[in-house]
Design a protein around this ligand. Structure first.
Ligand code: ADP
Ligand code: MG
Length: 193
């Protein structure tokens, strides 16, 4: 797609829906079109670095890694404006504080093509506020589905499993000694005890 001018695009859906793949594809296409483009992702340990964004299918692309706090959001804005990026992508946008909604919306107002990729719902099926608030401001929404691991139908939800069993609604964020995993599930097979 040609550079749309100031534009906010949101890619959303559950885990394994292909959000990161779609984000990398769009950034790469803009680069082929000679647009100055950058990808950002949140850091786990809150340090600034450079690393690749990696999709579940192995596709990767270089990115600025920024902390998931307000300084991280300021860093996205500063790097974008200082370096004169015309297109930016932000992966896992739901991990950033709420202020990122205003920041990305403002960057789009300033003529930048902003592509934000983030989870629609948490493991309980509740919206991630950052993704939700970006969706209603978006100029375009790309709503992707994964494949339900139980029945093969389109999956819109992310199932959290602790030691192979559905995670209860009140389960602690970190469970010491447990093996935790996530699966894509449809509405029928998404379970929150
Ligand atoms: P996301 O960023 O939405 O988590 P990715 O772009 O990283 O998704 O990965 C998408 C890839 O995940 C697919 O191309 C496929 O190879 C793989 N995959 C693994 N499990 C599933 C599933 N249940 N449904 C769809 N794709 C899956
Ligand atoms: Mg992803």
């Amino acid at each position: 797609m040609v550079h749309p001018g100031g534009f906010l695009e949101v890619i959303t859906g559950p885990m394994f829906a292909g959000k990161t793949t779609e984000l990398i594809k769009r950034i790469e296409r803009q680069t082929f079109a000679k647009r100055k483009a950058a990808l950002f992702k949140p850091s786990i340990d809150n340090r600034y670095s450079e690393d690749d964004v990696v999709a579940h299918n192995g596709l990767r692309y270089e990115a600025f890694v920024v902390p998931t706090n307000e300084e991280g959001v300021e860093l996205i804005e500063r790097i974008t404006l200082d370096e004169g990026f015309e297109v930016i992508g932000v992966d896992e946008v739901q991990f950033f504080p709420q202020v990122i909604v205003e920041t990305l919306n403002r960057l789009a107002d300033e003529g930048i093509y902003v592509i934000a990729s983030g989870l629609n719902l948490d493991f309980k099926g509740d919206p991630f506020p950052v993704t939700r608030d970006l969706l209603v401001r978006a100029d375009n929404i790309v709503y992707l589905t994964a494949v339900c691991t139980v029945c093969g139908k389109p999956a819109t939800r992310s199932q959290r499993l602790i030691d192979g069993k559905p995670a209860p609604r009140d389960s602690p964020i970190i469970l010491v000694g447990s093996s935790e995993s996530y699966e894509a599930r449809c509405r029928e097979h998404h379970v929150v005890p």
